[in-house]
Design a protein around this ligand. Structure first.
Ligand code: SAM
Ligand code: SF4
Length: 325
């Protein structure tokens, strides 16, 4: 079995596979005007998703996250989860969702083999949630999340984007949320994308506001695992759950990069904020696993040292729904 290592000695064990660009939410920081179709929607069918996963698994990847757009708008999501779970070597089958149909679908996803569920919840105030996402659905999403915990999904997490408006009281509300829930809430520092530069200028706050909040309240940092995502998680003896921070603007953030992305159209993206991608579609359609692996390994030579967000350069990323965040 080969391994995926880039020119900077970074080892890749984690694949984020986008399965659609379509989304039914209008998050202020991502798709404020909703999803707009660009070009034909020729997203990877389940068999080609499986071929992507097989190629990466044979190169040492054991963790696969399905994302989008909103992955659950695809009716064949349970089949894609099951095909991913059936690939030898893949131990963590993860999904990032806005949760709109979680309450109805949690059992089917779990039965298909889902092990790690991340649900995006940016505010625990129903009106704040509606303002950010365009949907009055918080209560159902929280019920869905609790259902997933009750079903025994081994890892259930919440993603919240760190917005100026949510600092302070927002942190306190999320801490209360994890007091008795075995759930990790992770705040993601808002990232600049080409379509949302004005929003970014208005709403970006550095991750240090959260680390200061942790320090004042006795939350302590936990060690990271080899295939963990980019979050630094914190725990507290009085709380069952954890709170974490993903701080892409922090120094050295890209040094520990362990993940690669494939878009819903079958392009390998070496960096979320890079440019262009390496097309894998022809080899996925032709089902040529050896050539596919070789192309992926070769492409890694071109992986840049890091993103250039500090220079207000977001590559060709208009918004994160485009490539899967
Ligand atoms: N639709 C799904 C969801 O919202 O969970 C999956 C795709 S979404 C692009 C993946 C993650 O990216 C979400 O947790 C979302 O909050 C986050 N995200 C989107 N745009 C972002 C931005 N500009 N900065 C930071 N996080 C962002
Ligand atoms: Fe859709 Fe997710 Fe983007 Fe919100 S963050 S608009 S749910 S893709």
């Amino acid at each position: 079995m080969g391994v995926l290592v880039d020119g900077f000695g970074r080892r890749f064990r984690y694949l984020r596979l986008s399965i659609t660009e379509v989304c039914n939410f209008r998050c202020t920081y991502c798709l404020p005007d909703g999803y707009r179709k660009t070009g034909a929607e020729s997203f990877l069918p389940p068999d080609q998703c499986e071929r992507v996963v097989r190629a990466f698994a044979s190169l040492g990847v054991g963790k696969v996250r399905l994302t989008g757009g909103e992955p659950s708008v695809r009716r064949d999501l349970p089949e894609i989860i099951a095909r991913t779970a059936g690939v030898p070597g893949v131990e963590k089958i993860c999904l990032t969702t806005n949760g709109w149909n979680l309450e109805r679908q949690a059992a089917a996803w779990r039965a298909a083999g889902l092990t790690n569920l991340n649900v995006s919840i940016d505010s625990l105030d129903p009106e704040g949630f509606r303002r950010i996402t365009g949907h009055d659905r918080l209560a159902s999403i929280v019920r869905g999340l609790d259902a997933a915990v009750a079903l025994g999904v081994p890892s259930v997490k919440v993603n919240g984007v760190l917005l100026r408006g949510g600092v302070g009281r927002g942190f306190d509300a999320f801490a209360e949320f994890v007091r008795d829930r075995p759930v990790a809430v992770r705040f993601i520092e808002l990232m600049r994308t080409n379509d949302t530069t004005a929003f970014f200028a208005d709403q970006h706050v550095p991750g240090s506001v959260l680390t200061a909040w942790f320090a004042e309240r006795g939350w302590t940092a936990r060690p990271r695992g080899l295939d963990d995502g980019p979050a630094q998680e914190f725990s507290h003896p009085d709380y069952v759950g954890r709170i974490g921070l993903i701080a892409p603007y922090a120094p050295g953030f890209c040094d520990g990069c362990n993940r690669l992305r494939v878009t819903a159209r079958g392009q390998l993206r070496l960096c979320l904020f890079g440019e262009l991608g390496v097309d894998l579609r022809d080899l996925l359609e032709a089902d040529e696993p050896d050539a596919l692996q070789a192309r992926i390994v070769r492409a890694l030579i071109g992986k840049p040292a890091g993103h250039r967000l500090h220079e207000a350069n977001s590559g060709d990323t208009r918004q994160l729904a485009q490539f899967g965040g």
